[in-house]
Design a protein. Structure first.
Length: 435
């Protein structure tokens, strides 16, 4: 075998094995010259320092022992002798770590107001993550008192964390349809704070409950803090009053802001004698702010007291409230157009009785809710009611009712039963009715 043939076989072997290696790049291990052609006599194009990485061409094959490479920092190509470099294989690129999922937004904090169906009476249960309060504890008769206590027991059976305790009760005014069940509530549950308008006169229908609270709320080891609020207190607090009795809750998620925005006048502010002596016009008006959600409870305020409150808040948006409990059970004198402009409600709730009950002290006897009030609400509320309430009865006067389809977000205990409105701190609402 000739020497020339052996050399050819060796060269073929080297080329074949180098090609199979398929290095991705060359690493200069000793300072190397990059030449114009694959011979030691060709022109030197550049010098490559130790450690330089060179891009290898021609799949890493050699010609005369030279690798074909790109000349660094130029557009030229050249040749470097194999003893000056080491073939390297680029390690595989590790897969990119998986992109963590976007964190879910924290669930919105929520509160719920339960407008409990007590026929021709008022009671609203305010439920928060850290406690509960009651605004009014009225009713039409003993049956509705029993209904309220049953509802509250069921509530505390679900919210065992609250230990059968109300952080506070606020009674809007001293009428029996707003405080009839007060004694029963205090005797069945723990009540930490009681706020009312201070009226105890015997000619007021709710005076038995109000006087019992003053004289007996703290019997049998009970510890109820009692506070009275007047219009002077409210005005002296720059338009609205809040303290540890009115607003005793401090929640870890969202703490509600509970304020009284109107109260009873100690002397006649210039009204007629009848308006001033009317206990409805001495109602405490309570506003609850929960994040971006809000609720208003005006008691039974009538036109004189409504006008005085609006005058005090003239030019202000302080009364803007999303959910409005319609004043005085939806009577003709409990809601005005100017009032609705100041409140700008999205949802209205009326506490009133079953209009088919023709007994005494009923919605039928009083003519609640009045058609004129429903018309005002329909014009003022932008939110639709879905589905439409068909055939709801509204009064054109005492003892006279006509059916109407309600297509705005107006709810009434006499039409819908107990109404529970859940709000989050972002201003979103859901409404559930419970017949």
């Amino acid at each position: 075998m000739s020497k020339l043939f052996v050399r050819a076989l060796i060269a073929l072997f080297l080329v074949t094995n180098v090609a199979s290696a398929r290095a991705d790049y060359l690493e200069v291990r000793n300072s190397a010259r990059i030449r114009q052609a694959p011979t030691t006599a060709s022109h030197i194009l550049a010098h490559a320092a130790t450690g330089t990485r060179l891009t290898v061409l021609d799949n890493g094959s050699q010609t005369n022992g030279f690798f074909h490479v790109d000349v660094p920092n130029t557009t030229q190509q050249g040749w470097v002798y194999h003893t000056r470099v080491t073939l390297r294989t680029e390690p595989p690129t590790p897969p990119a770590p998986p992109t963590p999922p976007s964190p879910l937004p924290a669930p919105a904090a929520q509160m719920t107001v339960h407008y409990i169906n007590l026929e021709q009476g008022n009671a609203a249960l305010l439920e928060f993550s850290c406690g509960a309060m009651l605004i009014d504890a009225g009713g039409q008769d003993q049956t509705t008192t029993d209904t309220l206590i049953t509802y509250l027991k069921a509530f505390f059976a679900r919210r065992t964390d609250l230990n059968n305790t109300f952080a506070g009760i606020i009674i809007t005014h001293t009428h029996i349809d707003h405080n009839r069940a007060l004694e029963s509530v205090v005797e069945n549950f723990t009540v930490q704070n009681y706020v009312y308008n201070g009226h105890l006169a015997s000619n007021l229908s709710g005076s038995p409950g109000a006087n019992w609270m003053v004289n007996h709320a703290n019997d049998n080891g009970r510890q109820v803090a009692i506070e009275t609020v007047s219009e002077t207190d409210v005005e002296g607090a720059s338009g609205s009053l809040s303290d540890s009795h009115i607003d005793p809750l401090h929640c870890a998620d969202v703490t509600p802001d509970i304020r009284i925005v109107a109260g009873p006048y100690a002397s006649n502010p210039g009204w007629t004698s009848a308006d001033y002596k009317n206990e409805n016009n001495s109602s405490l008006v309570i506003r609850v702010q929960f994040g971006q959600s809000s609720f208003l409870f005006p008691g039974d305020q009538e036109e004189a007291a409504i006008a005085a409150m609006l005058q005090r808040f003239s030019g202000s948006t302080a009364l803007h409230t999303d959910v409005y409990e319609v004043g005085h059970h939806g009577s003709a004198n409990g809601t005005t157009a100017d009032q609705l402009t100041a409140i700008a409600p999205k949802i209205a709730v009326i506490s009133m009785g079953d209009t088919t009950d023709h007994g005494q002290w009923t919605a039928w006897q009083y003519g609640h809710p009045r058609k004129s009030t429903i018309d005002l609400l329909e014009n003022a509320i932008p939110t639709p009611r879905n589905p439409v309430k068909q055939g709801a009865l509204e009064a054109t006067g005492q003892f006279t009712f006509v059916p109407v389809d309600i297509d705005k977000a107006i709810y009434a205990t006499g039409w819908d039963g107990t109404i529970a409105i859940t709000a989050d701190d972002l201003g979103n609402y859901s409404v559930k009715t419970e017949h």
